[in-house]
Design a protein around this ligand. Structure first.
Ligand SMILES: Nc1ncnc2c1ncn2[C@@H]1O[C@H](COP(=O)(O)OP(=O)(O)O)[C@@H](O)[C@H]1O
Ligand SMILES: [Mg+2]
Length: 588
């Protein structure tokens, strides 16, 4: 199992940065291959066109000016204007096409991560702060957009440009071409080394940014506790720390980026001096080719040669950033979905409600068993109450039944069918869970009730609320069923939230009901209401009730006292009271 991670720990992604990650993006790019080809052609045309002005200039200085050929000059100037217009047109078409395509590609990637997040097993979420998950879907993916829209094509174009310029230079003067190479190659080595160190820093920077987001999200979610425990100042300090940690790497990246220009300029100036030096000695040796036109063209080509090269270095650095982003994005996309429909799994239907836990052993973290050889056999329609100390494993028992986690040993059966042989969709349709903190989504009361059955009519939703006596409580809200609720149900009392979630489950109508401390935060005012509602919910169904509130479980068919990785005591309320053991101790 993956190690747990917090906001002050860097996430360690074990996979190394490799070209395969970029290769995998091909899957996203290939559907747009036509657009890419079209853009490719446009860009080849435009980059070739960009080479023509130097040739025109050479002709003007070499031929037209000496001959004072004014018609020729007009002709040349017109062709330059035409080239410029062509260039503008192509640039426009290119950015239109790539802007759209890049964003479609990113949209698909973003969607894939979201879909994946919906499927991921709980241990993925257990091991990472929410913020670190959010940052993957939002920030990491953002950087990729630019990469796809601009850089991929540019890379190809720059390579083409370099090849063409090299050929042109060689035809003009092989010796001078060698001089250009002799300066540009060491320059590139320096630039690439620099980029390599920056690449490493980017990975570190990412990790720190993700820590910062994790802390941010946690602070927002715990806002009330933050204020009540006077953590504001301390949290500001922690924020500064996590922020500075990211800044530290950013500064290093920034400083190194700044080094880039002096390096390029140093080699560039040296190169130009060498170029003129060599040309001068060739001229002195009587080389007929050397003249002003050639030197102008050559200097222009030298910049057209090294320009793309430095750009390539820049793209490669970006590639590094993109690659470290992709690493984390694919880490999510690749995360094994351990809980899935197994081959040949069947639909769970016409549930009778017989449930068996056979020798179940389970651990969240290797070596720390929460349940050991746990055995429990439940008859159809039986109501089972689970009590016991906090952390004893009551919720864990439930987690096995809903397949939120899979058992390590043994099996859990519903109607004599192993839960692992049932489709997850049918299992979760038939087994309904109500938790202590009923999650309320942003939306109306009606929408919240309808959550598990989007096709239900308003009447069905209202009937569900009525069935558990929640309608009076809902009517009291300013807009009744159309009352807008905030995320997590801020502004509702615990009892009101609970009633809405009860209505939600009544509407879903599962065959097996689980209430995990669903009644423990209820105020006395709604307690009676909730108790009545509870009876409706579990009527004629197999039910598991985990409760603090002992009054709610007194009528259960069987009460289990969970302790020491198993069942310590079981029986009816009367039996257990007579036993004068652990359960009895809870009641006195
Ligand atoms: N996702 C998890 N990862 C690791 N340990 C967990 C996880 N959930 C619960 N535990 C641990 O398992 C034990 C049993 O937890 P739980 O079943 O939730 O207890 P309870 O009886 O209070 O419902 C506790 O020690 C708890 O800390
Ligand atoms: Mg619990």
């Amino acid at each position: 199992m993956a190690k747990r991670n917090t906001y002050f720990q860097d996430e360690v992604i074990e996979r190394k940065i490799d070209i395969r990650q970029l290769g995998r993006t091909l899957r996203y790019v290939l559907p747009y291959k036509r657009v890419f080809m079209l853009v490719g052609v446009l860009m080849v045309v435009s980059s070739l066109a960009a080479l023509i002005p130097s040739l025109i200039l050479k002709r003007i200085t070499d031929v037209i000016i000496p001959k004072q050929d004014y018609a020729g000059l007009v002709y040349m100037v017109l062709s330059m204007v035409l080239l410029a217009v062509l260039e503008i047109g192509i640039t426009f078409a290119h950015s239109r096409l790539m802007g759209k395509t890049g964003h479609s590609i990113i949209a698909k990637l973003r969607q894939d991560i979201f879909y994946k997040l919906q499927e991921l097993p709980f241990d993925y979420f257990d091991n990472r702060p929410n913020g670190k998950i959010v940052v993957r879907v939002t920030e990491y993916v953002n950087g990729l957009a630019n990469f796809f829209t601009n850089f991929v094509m540019m890379l190809v174009i720059y390579i083409i440009k370099i090849v063409v310029v090299t050929v042109l230079m060689l035809t003009l003067s092989p010796t001078l071409t060698l001089v250009v190479f002799a300066t540009v190659i060491p320059m590139m080595i320096c630039v690439f080394v620099l980029r390599y160190t920056i690449r490493k820093l980017f990975g570190l920077h990412r990790a720190k940014v993700s820590n910062r987001t994790a802390f941010l999200v946690e602070s927002i979610m715990g806002e009330k506790i933050v204020k009540n425990y006077n953590r504001t100042e301390l949290n500001e300090e922690i924020y500064r720390e996590v922020h500075n940690a990211s800044l530290k790497h950013w500064r290093k990246i920034y400083l190194r980026n700044e080094l880039n220009t002096p390096i390029v300029e140093f080699f560039w100036n040296t190169g130009t001096i060498c170029l003129y030096g060599v040309a001068l000695s060739m001229l002195l040796n009587g080389d007929p080719l050397i003249n002003v036109g050639l030197m102008t063209t050559f200097t222009a080509y030298m910049s057209q040669f090294s320009g793309p090269l430095t750009q390539i270095a820049f793209i490669i650095q970006n590639l590094a950033q993109v690659s470290s982003n992709l690493e984390q994005v694919f880490d999510t996309i690749d995360y094994p979905v351990t809980i899935h429909d197994n081959e040949g799994s069947q639909e769970l239907k016409d549930v009778e409600g017989k449930i068996d836990f056979n020798n179940v052993t389970f651990a969240y973290e290797d070596g720390v068993n929460i349940l050991e050889n746990f055995n429990l056999h439940v008859r159809n329609g039986e109501t089972i109450a689970l009590v016991g100390p906090t952390g004893a494993g009551k919720t864990t028992v439930i987690n096995m039944l809903t397949r939120f986690y899979d058992v390590q040993e043994g099996s859990v059966m519903i109607d004599d069918k192993d839960v692992r042989d049932l489709t997850l969709a049918s299992l979760r349709r038939e087994v309904g869970v109500l938790m202590q903190d009923p999650f309320i989504f942003k939306g109306t009361v009606m929408e919240n009730i309808r959550y598990g059955r989007p096709d239900a009519t308003d009447e069905e939703c209202i009937a569900a609320a009525k069935a558990i006596y929640a309608d009076r409580c809902i009517d009291r809200l300013a807009n009744g069923y159309q009352h807008m609720l905030d995320e997590r149900g801020e502004g509702l009392s615990a009892g009101e939230k609970q009633l809405i979630s009860f209505a939600r489950i009544i509407l879903k109508n599962p065959s097996v009901i689980i209430l995990d401390e669903a009644t423990s935060s209820i105020d006395t005012e709604t307690e009676n209401l909730i108790k009545q509602a509870l009876d409706v919910i579990i009527k004629d169904k197999t039910a598991f009730i985990v409760a603090h509130r002992l009054s709610t479980i007194r009528n259960a068919d069987r009460i289990l006292y969970i302790a020491d990785k198993g069942i310590a005591e079981q029986g009816t309320h009367e039996e257990l009271m007579a036993l004068k053991g652990l359960y009895y101790a809870l009641n006195v």
